[in-house]
Design a protein around this ligand. Structure first.
Ligand code: PEP
Ligand code: MG
Length: 418
């Protein structure tokens, strides 16, 4: 047994330059640290992110209270606990907090500690992090979902849809998946340049050209796929994250243009896009409380595409159960900081896999150099990983980590099913 001897925390900064929490957990002279990410288009049922809210300090965004909570309350309680007892440790954190949305300790303080404990346990066991989750020997690598055009809350170009992504479905290895994505992204840059459109990037590394129509964005991607010599819908698939919470008002949606229209009209427009652009996956097509429309959409698309709940489920088991009963989707996006501990995240992944849902491990739009999610994706045999474009080090770091894992698995490395 290895026991925790010390827990400390500090304020560091995320990819948007905002303060965030880093925790470091020690067992004698060995330590591991982890950094909590942060979202921009957050679901209202997400666990609470504790910020100091003092306008004079980092515009209210500092996290000194969360850091202090780790350095005092959490550190005291975790001292002498077995590093390898992740569930016990996470339950201590949950008990210490005692609230529904983790408002007392803050999910940012809890998660930074929870992830650091998991990393320390692997380090002490001398095994790679990905071998310290659910899967013990038959590992399958996730397909990357690369966000190549940013809109919505992640850019200021006026695009309704938040993320236009590509998924290299034809790839036989992760290395090939990255190579195929590289080609499309590079060709997209050439196309944008030719059109005198900006090639500067948004929060997740995708381009953020000043265009304001979904169709225009989709046509640009289609052109880049063709220019790369790939067949759209076969070699490469186009996938969307609509983040419809941001596009919802009085039972109407402004998904397909700035005009708010009914759910039925939104669905028929979705169906046209799916057909024309062979879209294979749509995340958050409707708002987080609009269960009825999610089910309508599932029926309308007849299981032909992947429908992903992000803000809908917020990596929360109770909400996932509702979604399952309501037949709201067939996939779930997994974000550790939406729920706040590693143990709860694993429980949700296990449940989702048991009911036949695809699991997609995801970054947040505010990220860091921490590559925990790459190992989590492999170690849970999750089908896909969403970590932005092949651009911005905090995004690429996750893809690079999976390349390392693929190399270490050698011939045993196989891609997951889609
Ligand atoms: C998302 O909505 O899937 C996403 C990654 O963005 P954010 O982190 O802003 O919620
Ligand atoms: Mg989303």
């Amino acid at each position: 047994m290895s026991i925790i001897t010390k827990v400390i925390a500090r304020q560091v900064f995320d990819s948007r330059g905002n303060p965030t929490v880093e925790a470091e957990v020690f067992s004698k002279n060995i330590s591991s640290s982890s950094i909590c990410p942060s979202g921009a288009s957050t679901g209202s049922f997400e666990a609470y992110e504790k910020r100091d809210l003092n306008k004079k300090n980092y515009n209210g965004k500092s996290v000194f209270k969360a850091v202090k909570i780790i350095n005092t309350i959490i550190a005291k309680k975790l001292k002498n606990q077995n590093v390898h007892s992740q569930e016990t440790i996470d339950h201590i954190l949950l008990k210490l907090d005692g609230t529904k949305q983790k408002t007392k300790l803050g999910a940012n303080s809890m998660l930074a500690v929870s992830m650091a404990v998991k990393k320390l346990s692997s380090k002490i066991k001398k095994i790679p992090l990905y071998k310290n989750f659910l899967v013990k020997n038959k590992f399958f690598l996730p397909y990357p979902l690369m966000n190549i055009i940013n809109g919505g809350a992640h850019a200021n170009n006026g695009l309704q849809v938040q993320e236009f992504m590509i998924r290299p479905d034809g790839a036989k290895s992760f290395t090939q998946a990255i190579k195929m994505s590289f080609s499309v992204i590079n060709n997209l840059r050439t196309i944008l340049k030719k059109l005198n459109l900006s090639t500067s990037v948004g929060d997740e590394g995708g381009y953020a050209p000043m265009i304001s129509s979904n169709i225009q964005a989709l046509n640009l991607i289609l052109k880049a796929i063709k220019m790369s010599g790939f067949v759209n819908g076969k070699d490469i698939s186009i996938c969307l994250d609509v983040a419809a919470n941001e596009l919802f008002k009085k039972n109407k949606y402004s998904i397909h243009s700035k005009k708010y229209v009914s759910v039925d009209k939104s669905i028929s427009e979705y169906k046209k896009l799916i057909k024309k652009f062979k879209i294979k996956s749509i995340e958050d097509p409707f708002a987080e409380n609009d269960w009825k429309s999610w089910n309508k959409f599932m029926i309308a698309t007849n299981k032909e595409i992947q429908i992903v709940g992000d803000d809908l489920y917020v990596t929360n088991l109770e909400r996932l159960k509702i979604g399952f009963l309501n037949q709201s989707s067939n996939a779930i996006l997994i974000k550790l900081n939406q729920i706040g501990t590693v143990t709860e995240t694993i429980e949700v992944i296990k449940f989702a896999q048991n009911i036949g849902f695809n699991t997609i491990i995801s970054h947040r739009s505010g990220e860091s150099e921490d590559t925990f999610i790459a190992d989590l994706a492999v170690g849970t045999n999750s089908n896909q990983i969403k970590s932005g474009s092949l651009c911005r080090s905090e995004r690429v770091a996750k893809y690079n980590q999976i390349l390392r894992i693929e190399e270490s698995l050698g011939k045993k490395a196989k891609m997951n099913r889609l």
